[in-house]
Design a binder for this molecule. Structure first.
Ligand SMILES: [Zn+2]
Length: 190
């Protein structure tokens, strides 16, 4: 069990405490550094990130999206249920992934309005520290695995649109939402 106890109300704030960078911003394309000190200051950042994620109806948020190049991400695939604690992953490392992959629509708070299918492994094993510095090694599947992989990509400057395999759908969806195809850096699924 992940002992995630940074106490944050899931109530949606009208004004998110942190502003979210959008596609085109340089900070989204930089690699994040490992967190070396897990302290109260970091837990405060975790709380602010969670509040921002809930305010914007997101289910995951990585620190580079709020302009902070640290290997830190938060997620909650059940944001309407106050009883489900969010997950906080610090310095996450992908230890294993399933051979089975699935294609499913993704969105991103940094590319508002854009939803496109992305192939991801169905199951992953990830090691990480929680916000109290405790080390975990856990298996995640389906939507949770997908969100973790999406957020871990952010820590390396990769955006989900880089993994979209249909170039026509990508171009159409980006232009519909006034994003530039020039800000996409295609990567192949690996
Ligand atoms: Zn994202």
């Amino acid at each position: 069990m992940v002992n995630s106890t940074v106490a944050v109300s899931k109530t949606k704030l009208k004004t998110p405490p942190l502003s979210v960078e959008v596609l085109g911003s340089k900070v989204l394309r930089q690699g994040a550094k490992r967190v070396t000190q897990i302290n109260q200051e970091l837990r405060e950042l975790v709380a602010q990130m969670l509040k921002t994620m809930y305010a914007k109806d997101g289910i995951g948020l990585a620190a580079p999206q709020v302009g902070i190049l640290k290997q830190l991400l938060v997620l909650d695939i059940d944001p309407d249920n106050p009883a489900t604690p969010p997950l906080v992953l610090i310095n996450p490392v992908l230890e294993a992934q399933s051979e089975a992959w699935a294609l499913q629509d993704e969105g991103c708070l940094s590319i508002p309005g854009v939803f496109l299918p992305v192939k991801r492994p169905v199951q992953v094993t990830v090691s990480f520290k929680d916000e109290f510095g405790k080390l975990h090694r856990r298996e995640f599947s389906d939507l949770t695995a997908r969100v973790i992989l999406h957020e871990m990509d952010h820590l390396q400057g990769v955006m989900f649109v880089d993994r979209v395999e249909n170039p026509l759908a990508l171009a159409q969806e980006l232009s519909k939402h006034r994003f530039s195809l020039a800000d996409v850096r295609r990567v192949t699924s690996s």
